[in-house]
Design a binder for this molecule. Structure first.
Ligand SMILES: NC(=O)c1ccc[n+]([C@@H]2O[C@H](COP(=O)([O-])OP(=O)(O)OC[C@H]3O[C@@H](n4cnc5c(N)ncnc54)[C@H](OP(=O)(O)O)[C@@H]3O)[C@@H](O)[C@H]2O)c1
Length: 274
């Protein structure tokens, strides 16, 4: 029987690539998306697809129950991929914008994880994969809310890994740098909704941010296709000892190293330049 994998955020980018790639590897995929029309597209591709919005506890409980029923409680892996980036200087972030960022990237993600863990513990095996970010390792100006959410995910992932020792359930954090997806398009939307750029002391800097978000980054030498993440996730699901962390892209390797060796102010100077 093929191993079952539940993936959040399969409407685009990394999640869609993971759903397709892992299905090709023989996994039974439960592909989820937040919007009904994206669920229809996934069904049209032959996926077992469900609507899942991490901002809704009810929805999380309903979907996990459905998936656990369909797999007879034998869900092998959960890939926590769904998230978005709230761009904006820390002093321009409203409580609502911060709360929304954490609802999706942290609280919903952890609630979904907690909903599948009892079945994994009972089965004596399972894999939890958090798609984190290089911005879960270091911070960059204008990315405070997103970085805070990914730092929180890193902490929860590390805690969970230690608390699950002996259960047969393994936890991995995947740390991509720039990857081709709709991430920037989606970040531009939440920026425009939640940040009053013209009234900010950072108004000039925001013009550059808008330019950056309008550029998909496809031709940047550091930007990789989503298949680069797929390779690491395949390992996290198939290795007898999954790694606690998987770095993806050169910037992740560089900053993963530099944060360990450089004094904070020197690291700051590099990160400020972006
Ligand atoms: N692309 C990068 O450069 C990069 C770098 C580092 C880490 N990451 C991480 O990679 C993961 C995937 O992002 P991506 O690059 O593939 O971006 P993407 O193309 O924007 O995909 C993000 C997915 O998350 C979904 N999502 C967002 N909030 C949600 C919520 N509350 N409930 C359910 N689904 C939600 C989106 O759904 P909608 O379509 O409905 O918005 C979409 O399916 C994220 O965790 C991101 O932080 C990406």
């Amino acid at each position: 029987m093929s191993k079952s994998v539940l993936i959040s955020g399969c409407s685009s980018g990394i999640g869609l690539c993971l759903a397709r790639g892992l299905r090709d590897q023989g996994y039974r995929i439960f592909a989820t998306a937040r919007q009904a029309n994206d669920v229809d597209l996934l069904i049209a591709e032959g996926f077992e697809a469900l609507q899942l919005d991490l901002d809704s506890s009810d929805n999380i409980q309903t979907v996990t129950k459905q998936v656990l029923d369909l797999t007879e409680n034998q869900l092998f892996a959960l890939i926590n991929n769904a998230a978005y980036g709230q761009v904006g200087a820390v002093e321009d972030l409203s409580r609502e914008a911060m709360r929304a960022q954490f609802e999706s990237n942290v609280f919903g993600t952890q609630e979904l994880t907690n909903a599948v863990l009892p079945a994994m513990r009972a089965a004596g095996q399972g894999r939890i994969v958090h798609i984190s970010s290089v911005l879960g390792l270091v911070c960059m100006p204008m990315r405070g809310a997103y970085s805070a959410s990914k730092f929180a995910l890193e902490a929860l992932g590390d805690n969970l890994r230690m608390e699950l020792v002996g259960s047969g359930v393994q936890v991995s954090l995947v740390e991509p740098g720039p990857v081709v997806s709709k991430f920037r398009d989606n970040a531009l939307k939440t920026f425009q909704t939640n940040i009053d750029a013209d009234k900010s002391v950072h108004a000039e800097r925001y013009k550059q941010e808008i330019q950056r978000l309008n550029n998909p980054g496809v031709n940047s030498r550091f930007t990789l296709p989503p298949e680069s993440v797929l390779k690491k996730v395949e390992h996290a699901l198939s290795a007898s000892h999954a790694k606690p962390r998987y770095y993806v892209t050169t910037p992740t390797w560089i900053f993963g190293l530099l944060r360990r060796v450089l004094p904070t102010r020197v690291l700051d100077a590099l990160l400020i330049r972006g």
